[in-house]
Design a protein around this ligand. Structure first.
Ligand code: DC
Length: 233
């Protein structure tokens, strides 16, 4: 591959396979991969551990605002495998942030404006030199509006719920399909309707609906888009 260091933004709904594609792409291109959802999950975990969020999702915003500057979110990145391990104030929380308890709360934290401002600033620093694949909800619209390639990924809620269900049960979590589907629908709604940086497709994004695509088919489509973006840069 050529040495043009692109910024590649991958946005889309939860559980539509963004991170799998983003990781695979970063590995293939020798780029860094950043999972921005993990950052919001880590902040949510901090809130849960410190009773800043209650069982109904109410956040003590004044307290979070005072503490946000002290919430360190970072990654250990393995270039060989593109595996990112998420750290919260130096502690590995990679598995904990994927649990359903965190998934159920994360939308209440990620909709807060000062939380987003802080995360966006960090994300822009991480991607400032290019050579990066970043996935999230607002990467092509807010974080890198001038990204070289913007992909908007989607799949039906049922397909996404089934994928997450398979993932969690494989890890031994006791969950039901209906519970997961409800979580997927609820997060879609909140992600699309929040006031700050709602999930929406950038005007210049390429839509990839993978409901009926294999991983290989999807990857081939995306690699083609990368080649086109390189040719334009
Ligand atoms: O991609 P994920 O499911 O791990 O994301 C977790 C949550 O964080 C999801 O509900 C939406 C939110 N999020 C966001 O608001 N902005 C991003 N750039 C990434 C994730």
């Amino acid at each position: 591959m050529s040495d043009k260091q692109l910024i590649i933004a991958i946005d889309g709904f939860s559980s539509c396979g963004k991170s799998t594609v983003a990781k695979e792409l970063a590995r293939k291109l020798g780029y860094i991969y950043v999972d921005t959802g993990a950052m919001y999950r880590a902040v949510t975990l901090y809130c849960m551990r410190n009773s800043i969020i209650d069982a109904d999702g109410n956040v003590d915003e004044p307290r979070l605002k005072r503490e946000i500057g002290n919430i360190g979110v970072s990654f250990i990145y393995d270039q060989q495998t593109s595996k990112n391990t998420t750290l919260l104030n130096g502690e590995v929380v990679e598995d904990e942030i994927r649990r359903i308890e965190v998934s159920n709360k994360v939308s209440y934290v990620s909709r807060i404006d000062f939380v987003r401002a802080q995360m966006v600033k960090l994300q822009q620093q991480m991607g400032s030199k290019g050579g990066i694949v970043m996935d999230g909800r607002d990467i092509g619209t807010v974080v890198f509006p001038n990204a070289d390639l913007k992909i908007f990924m989607t799949a039906s809620p049922e397909v996404r719920a089934q994928r997450r269900f398979d993932e969690l049960t494989a890890k031994g979590e006791k969950v039901t399909f209906d519970e997961i589907l409800e979580n997927v629908n609820q997060r879609d709604y909140i992600d699309q309707h929040r006031e700050v940086s709602p999930l929406k497709q950038a005007a210049d994004a390429h839509v990839v609906d993978n409901s009926h695509m294999t991983r290989d088919e999807q990857f081939a489509v995306i690699l083609q888009l990368v080649e086109e973006a390189k040719a334009k840069k």
